[in-house]
Design a protein around this ligand. Structure first.
Ligand code: CTP
Ligand code: ZN
Length: 158
């Protein structure tokens, strides 16, 4: 492609690149990370760009950002194949794919309104991942309610 037709997104000096996000899902990733743009960090976002020979992906680059364990768990739930690149001084220091953990704590709300985790008691939610057919379900440790991945995505604590 000729130089004037190439869109270049700057490399970042320090921060994180969330790559291989499922196409069209980057706004959900920003939402669960509670990034609104008002924080002042430089954020680059690409939606539905070519990934490999076939298929598309989204990419988010956030300067001066660190991710906590709960952030990684939330990203894994909205986009299970996302890759995290940790950048410092323009170099990739770490690269890994997120993974939905076996035990998800403090990240999703239980859909059972009568669950103790939805009461005034200060109980952090705890779900165990289980295989179910060709997918996964998440079982509440407190009330035994199971939630599918699409349900879980809607009940991520924002
Ligand atoms: N990146 C960046 N700033 C840097 C280094 C890398 O924004 N200082 C971005 C690249 O633009 C790319 C992503 O981080 O979107 C991963 O970089 P790299 O590993 O070099 O690319 P690939 O080899 O294509 O990654 P993968 O193998 O994970 O597909
Ligand atoms: Zn429950």
């Amino acid at each position: 492609m000729s130089e004037d037709k190439v869109l270049k997104i700057n490399k970042i000096g320090d921060g994180i690149v969330i790559d291989h996000i499922s196409p069209g899902v980057s706004l959900d990733v920003l939402e669960v990370l509670k990034i609104t743009g008002k924080e002042g960090m430089t954020v680059s976002l690409l939606m539905n760009v070519q990934s490999g020979k076939v298929g598309t992906k989204d990419i988010i680059k956030i300067e001066k950002k660190k991710l906590a364990k709960k952030d990684l768990d939330k990203i894994s739930l909205v986009s299970p194949n996302a890759t995290i690149n940790v950048i410092s001084n323009y170099e990739i220091r770490e690269k890994f794919t997120v993974e939905i953990p076996q035990i998800v704590t403090g990240v999703i709300r239980c859909s059972n309104q009568n669950c103790v985790t939805n009461s005034k008691e200060p109980v952090q939610t705890l779900f165990q991942k289980e295989k179910s057919g060709d997918g996964e379900v998440f079982r509440c440790h407190y009330c035994d309610r199971t939630m599918s991945l699409p349900e879980v995505r809607k009940s991520i604590i924002r």
